[in-house]
Design a protein around this ligand. Structure first.
Ligand code: HSE
Length: 308
């Protein structure tokens, strides 16, 4: 019986502009890599080969907490070791903590003979996410586990919907070297919005789902607008309006903050446009003398996976 697996779990873009806490999609790069081993000694132990100084107390670690949630749910006494070998930069806004949580539950589940399907694993990964962000939202963990575009129709009970999407969609990401903690980015949000604003946001969410389903890129572009969260959070991002304008001028269908930032994402029609948009992102941050990394990626269809 298999005793050890190496798992990769992808970076993800949460919110997708208008869908705060209810929409997310998976990227092909970057990803987390985690080795999951069964041990004879009961309990969960963590080790870190990434050099990032990750917390090794399982309850204080997103992967650890997610794995414990799964084991406790099953009442399993099986011991496990989680070894981090590759990590998306924490605080980047592309689902670093979600990728760890997704990799952990995916690996543990695999070594236990798959008592849960991918969808069933999301509830445990969410508990890991809560360690990092103070809130058990699923818009990063669901696509990290399940791949593709995921809509969280509801949280109580959790109702996850895999959305179809046009295969030519590519994403350009820029991760500037600024750290924004999700907890802080959530704390500054308004708890109430005017009905007029809500109506605009509902239209965009519905438009985005329709655009993805119909493969209507124009509709997707028109719907990638966030009138609730982006206006509040964008003040934390230097020259946000200008960087976004540059991406749209380079041909992006739409551009917004990825998750709670500081990364920005832009959805594009094809790799060529996405590559041009990534270059516009780099130029913008070079001008501000802020180091950044860019990624160009298709939507990752699979989500977490075991690798050799
Ligand atoms: N929906 C979350 C937020 C994603 O924007 O706060 C980041 O974890």
């Amino acid at each position: 019986m298999t005793q050890s697996v190496k798992i990769q779990a992808p970076a993800t873009v949460a919110n997708v502009a208008c869908g705060f806490d209810i929409m997310g999609f998976a990227l092909e790069a970057p990803h987390d890599e985690l080795i999951v081993r069964k041990t004879n000694r009961p309990g969960l132990r963590l080790s870190d080969k990434t050099g990032l100084g990750l917390p090794l107390d399982p309850r204080a670690n997103t992967a650890g907490q997610a794995a414990l949630a799964l084991l406790e749910h099953l009442g399993s006494q099986q011991g496990f070791e989680l070894e981090f070998t590759r990590k998306i930069s924490p605080g980047s806004g592309i689902g670093s903590s979600a990728a760890s949580a997704a990799a952990a539950v995916f690996g543990v589940n695999l070594l236990l003979g798959e008592p849960f399907d991918r969808q069933g694993l999301v509830q445990f990964a969410m508990q890991g996410e809560a360690v990092a962000s103070g809130s058990a939202h699923a818009d990063n963990v669901a696509p990290a586990v399940m791949g593709g575009f995921v809509l969280i129709r509801g949280y109580a009970p959790l109702d996850l919907v895999r959305l179809p999407y046009p295969k030519e969609l590519h994403c350009a990401i820029v991760h500037p070297e600024i750290e924004i903690r999700t907890q802080d980015a959530r704390r500054i949000l308004k708890q109430h919005i005017p009905l007029k604003t809500a109506i605009e946001q509902w239209g965009n969410v519905a438009g985005l789902v329709a655009g993805l389903t119909l493969g209507d890129l124009g509709l997707i572009g028109r719907s990638l607008k966030d009138v609730v969260v982006e206006p509040v959070r964008s003040v934390m991002l230097p020259n946000f309006a200008q960087v976004k304008r540059g991406a749209l001028e380079a041909g992006a269908l739409g551009c917004s903050i990825s998750g709670s930032g500081p990364s920005l994402f832009a959805l594009c029609d094809g790799r060529e446009v996405a590559t041009r948009v990534a270059a516009s992102f780099r130029d913008a941050f070079r001008e501000m003398e802020i180091p950044c990394q860019t990624y160009v990626s298709r939507i990752n269809e699979l989500g977490a996976k075991a690798v050799l």
